[in-house]
Every structure is written in C-alpha cells, then in structure tokens.
Design a protein around this ligand. Structure first.
Ligand code: NAD
Length: 250
C-alpha cells in the first residue's frame, strides 16, 4: 500500500462523504479479541463456532453453550476499543460517516463513543427470558451461570439467554435499518471477511464500496478500492490525509 494509494482513497472517501461503515471481527483483533477466520489464531480453530454458538445448542445442550460458547464470548467483556474504533468515532463527529453497522457483539464502538451503532448481531450487555421475554442486565445471567445454574432460569421458570444473535436466530430490527442506510450511502467495510449472511448482503446494495481488510473478501473485485492491512494503521493514515483535505478546503 503506497502513500499515493492512501491519498487517492482518502480523496475518494472525502469526495463522496458521508459513508456508512460496516465492521466485523477484524476491527477488534487489535483489542485482543480473536476473529473467526484469520488462520492460525487459536481459539476458533479449537472450536466449531456454529456448534457452540447456535440456537440449537442453547436449547438442547445448554451445558456446552454456557460452559464453552458463552464463556468465550464473556471473556470479550474486558476488551477496550483500539485506534480504529476511535477513528470511526471521530469521523462520525465530523459528519464524514453516518453510522456504523457492526457484526460485533463486543460493544467496542459504543465504548469508543460512537452514537449511531447498528449492532446487527446483538450485544453482551443484556439477557432475556425465552418464556416471558423480560430483559435483564447480563450480569444477572452470569451470576447464575457462575453458581452452576445451567441453564440459568428467570423467576417465571423460563431459560435466560444473552441478547446476542446465535446461528439459527433471526436478526434484530436494526438490520432493516442497516439495509435502508446501505441503499442510501456509500459503504466502507472494515475488518470483515464478508462471508457471513445476511450481513454480507449490504455491500451489494451500496453504490460505492471501499474495503479495508487484512485478508481477501468475495467483494474485492466489486469494490472501487481495497486496502489490505491492519485497520487501525490504515484508518489513521486515511484520517491524516482527510484532515489535510479539510484544511485545504477551508
Ligand atoms: P471474520 O472472522 O469472518 O473475518 C475477520 C476478517 O478481519 C478477516 O478477513 C481478517 O483478515 C480481517 N482482520 C483480522 N484482523 C484485522 C485487522 N487488524 N485489521 C483489518 N482486518 C483484520 O469476521 P466477520 O466477517 O465479522 O464475521 C464473523 C462473525 O463473527 C460475525 O458474525 C461476528 O458476529 C462474530 N465475531 C465477533 C467478534 C467480536 O464481537 N469482536 C469476534 C469473533 C467473531
């Protein structure tokens, strides 16, 4: 990736702003959370995530869901946002992006101060009862699991679950909102393999597409620009260049 490429992409982003951003697990690897698909990166090579994080396992094998799948997800809680999350927060403040659609459940965009965040795979801040649908802070569920109550139960006797989207679940209503945004604004993808559906429908709706990712994606040929590298570094370079363009404009 040359300086000239960064300048050209920054110019393209600046010219067509505001953008919608779609993020995936890759934006959070620099915060210490492993993604699913980078080869050789531990955790997810030991487990089949579809087997430990599915609705079917939650219902039929709660021991596996809570002792393996949920335990891994819960370990994400202590992670802190990195420079890439903070750069996107800054871009939102400046009006360069209209919001972030994220596949991540780690709350790092909201922790970094982003306001318009569409968490299309849910989050780990709350849990709810499958029977009476009451919503609880997720810590209530964690307390029960730590005391060995598996599956954790609500006062009504129903099973409690974290409010993350599991394989086999429907997506929350904010996905519809994300679809509307993707039709209306150009799309910048950061740190996603674009292999998970239906999140990966969004790039097909956007009139313009830029991808920042370490690995290849099935949408690389369709994108106007693909920058391959670490999100925090590339977004920082783009930020510096766009600040320069803003200064020239004023
Ligand atoms: P993915 O694992 O399929 O792909 C991640 C992509 O990010 C890879 O292509 C990889 O090359 C790239 N990447 C890794 N580190 C990077 C970096 N520093 N900078 C730029 N790119 C980097 O992730 P996905 O597309 O989000 O889809 C997987 C699913 O995993 C999603 O549904 C998501 O809910 C879930 N997930 C979430 C988290 C989280 O909340 N942080 C973590 C793991 C998985």
């Amino acid at each position: 990736m040359s300086d000239k490429e960064i300048q050209e992409v920054a110019h393209f982003l600046y010219l067509h702003k505001p953008w919608l951003v779609l993020t995936g697990a890759g934006i959070s690897t620099e915060s210490g959370i492993p993604d699913f698909r980078t080869p050789g990166k531990g955790l997810w090579e030991q487990y089949n995530h579809m087997e430990i994080l599915s609705r079917e396992v939650l219902t039929n094998k709660p021991e596996i869901f809570y002792k393996v799948g949920f335990r891994i997800l819960w370990s994400f809680q202590k992670a802190q946002p990195n420079q890439a999350h903070f750069t996107l927060t800054e871009w939102e403040k400046r009006g360069w992006i209209v919001g972030v659609v994220t596949q991540n459940i780690d709350s790092l965009h909201t922790k970094a101060g982003s306001r318009q965040v569409m968490e299309i795979h849910g989050h780990l801040r709350s849990a709810s009862c499958l029977r009476c649908h009451q919503v609880f802070p997720v810590e209530r569920l964690v307390e029960k699991v730590e005391k060995g109550e598996i599956p954790p139960r609500c006062l009504c006797g129903g099973v409690m679950r974290p409010d993350v989207v599991l394989f086999g679940d429907m997506l929350p209503p904010c996905f519809e909102e994300a679809v509307v945004f993707a039709h209306r604004y150009p799309l910048l993808v950061v740190g996603s393999s674009l292999q998970v559906s239906p999140a990966n429908f969004l790039p097909s709706y956007a009139s313009r597409l830029v991808i920042v990712n370490l690995g290849e994606t099935p949408f690389d040929r369709r994108a106007q620009w693909v920058l391959r590298g670490k999100a925090s570094f590339i977004l920082h370079l783009l930020h510096q260049e766009m600040l320069r363009l803003e200064a020239v404009k004023q």
